[in-house]
Design a protein. Structure first.
Length: 184
């Protein structure tokens, strides 16, 4: 009976530590686009986090790391928080690169918006409290939009949770074995 408990605990420990739960890594890509026809000159840059591997995924994070001061933002900007209404969020990764033609992103608030290759608007970032798309950094044809993979992958927060849970359950197994050895 004891050996079955130990085996069960070992299997659960492996599962919780992520060995059986998948790799759980995230791929990070940088992006940038420059003003072509908007009212504010400059370049907007940021980072996109996607599940690792090839396929079509929604971004789990999009952070605007820099942009023209005239837009009025304090960088970095978490686009998922500042622009709460998701319109489109789909990125296609092929061979470890984002396919710009197959990927589109759009989020907005009541008076602000950020888009990447979005329908007929292209890529844009509006100034704070400006509901007119052309009032910010605008590239309507995505001619300056560039995506680049960032060198390393980072573990997703869920993987970190399972790693800690696995280590915790492994510690419990070791503690029970020591107590059993002391009693014998």
């Amino acid at each position: 009976m004891k050996s079955h408990k130990a085996t069960l605990c070992a299997v659960l420990s492996l599962a919780f530590s992520g060995v059986l739960a998948g790799n759980g890594e995230a791929a990070v890509f940088s992006f940038s686009f420059s003003d072509v026809s908007g009212a504010v000159s400059g370049t907007v840059s940021g980072l996109i986090t996607l599940p690792d591997g090839d396929g079509t995924f929604p971004a789990t994070s999009l952070t605007i790391t820099s942009g023209p001061a005239a837009l009025g933002y304090t960088y970095p900007v978490d686009a998922m928080v500042l622009f709460p209404e998701q319109v489109l969020n789909s990125f296609t990764v092929v061979g470890g690169e984002i396919d710009a033609l197959l990927s589109t992103f759009g989020r907005q608030s009541a008076q602000n918006a950020v888009t990447l290759n979005f329908l007929n608007l292209g890529s844009l970032l509006t100034p704070i409290n400006a509901s007119i798309a052309s009032s910010g950094v605008v590239d309507p044809t995505n001619s300056t939009l560039v995506y680049s993979p960032v060198a390393s992958t980072v573990p997703e927060s869920g993987s970190c949770f399972w790693l800690v849970a696995g280590l915790f359950s492994g510690g419990i197994v070791m503690r029970q074995r020591r107590r059993g050895a002391q009693r014998a």
